[in-house]
Design a protein around this ligand. Sequence first.
Ligand code: ZN
Length: 115
Amino acid sequence: MVDEKRVSRKVGENMFSLGVRKLVVISLVGGIFLLGNIWLVVNWLNEKGVVDGARYVRREFITGTAVTIIVVLLILLVRPGREAAGRFGLMRRCPVCDHRVIGRGKYCSDCGSKV
Ligand SMILES: [Zn+2]
């Protein structure tokens, strides 16, 4: 019974990380697609002599790109970081009943096993 619980949790985590990876890939593809289109618009604006507008779009676009890259990096960095936090005792799980153990207690509050 305990084994079933642990296996199902692991499967759920794998599906979640797969979903997150898909989301990252889709947003990256969408970002690249948008990037191509926005540069076309900016170049067209430059040709038409709307320099101020093009500069504005370019500045806004560069800011947006930087924010997107930072968010993607954060997603990629936070996931392993959370696992490390679990190892350092911030968010551990009982090895017997899988109950979440908060803080630095040595025993599970649910089943009393040593963590
Ligand atoms: Zn327990």
